[in-house]
Design a binder for this molecule. Structure first.
Ligand SMILES: C[S@@+](CC[C@H](N)C(=O)[O-])C[C@H]1O[C@@H](n2cnc3c(N)ncnc32)[C@H](O)[C@@H]1O
Length: 217
């Protein structure tokens, strides 16, 4: 998706999606708290800033970064005491790098570039969530309805569309889990834990999966 498309999505979804707190963010926060006691955090691809706000409430010093100017304008208006940037050069190094639902929207080349930037800015821990590849080819997710190309197979890479509850449509890349393990290996990181996301009462399958990563030793 282009940054113009993200700008448009941000402008129509200013209030965010409260389901993300119940399904994803609480598990990501718990994974961070279990893993380290450090408290400075960057949210890479922070959207409208809701996760930064949650972590700030939990006592973390947060910085939000997103290439969508519209997202950063909204985040800065919603959470005026927190810093949000569109320019990666403005970020200060932090202990924890968090990135929710960004990698699965990027091309392979963009993923490598994102890690190049994230690694320069992180001292300790990476917590990365994506749409769950094992379940994203199901038509009915908890927070979106998906449409995959005909004859799509789990082991393939393809783009698919996600219709959100307010009828907005986004496009993500499906890639099998093995893609992410070789990506992490390529950029010198190793998975040290997996955080499951919560499934709502109305569903059985999780929408997301979260990798906890450290520099490879
Ligand atoms: C699906 S949204 C997720 C937003 C937020 N992390 C959340 O949990 O709701 C993906 C976000 O990634 C941002 N994004 C897309 N490409 C990016 C890139 N190359 N670098 C940084 N952010 C990017 C978009 O602007 C958008 O805000």
């Amino acid at each position: 998706m282009t940054i113009d498309e993200w700008d448009l999505i941000a402008s129509t979804r200013k209030s965010g999606d409260s389901l993300l707190f119940d399904t994803l963010y609480s598990g990501v926060a718990k994974a961070i708290q279990e893993r380290c006691t450090s408290t400075s955090l960057i949210d890479y691809g922070c959207g409208c800033g809701d996760f930064c706000q949650l972590m700030a409430q939990l006592g973390y010093t947060t910085q939000g970064f997103d290439r969508s100017q519209e997202s950063i304008t909204i985040a800065s208006e919603k959470y005026q005491s927190l810093p949000f940037y569109t320019d990666v050069e403005q970020l200060h190094r932090a202990d924890i790098m968090c990135s929710n639902l960004v990698l699965c929207t990027l091309t392979n080349e963009e993923q490598i570039e994102a890690f190049r930037e994230m690694k320069r800015l992180t001292t300790e821990l990476y917590v990365i969530s994506i749409c769950h590849p094992c379940f994203d080819i199901d038509s009915q997710g908890v927070v979106s309805q998906r449409e995959v190309p005909k004859n799509a197979r789990y082991e393939d890479t393809f783009q698919y569309s996600k219709r959100l509850r307010d009828n907005l449509v986004m496009h993500d890349y499906h890639r099998p889990l093995s893609h992410y393990f070789s990506l992490f290996d390529k950029v010198g990181l190793q998975v040290t834990n997996l955080a499951e996301s919560n499934t709502l009462d109305s569903g059985y399958k999780p929408d997301f999966i979260t990798f906890v990563l450290e520099e490879r030793t």
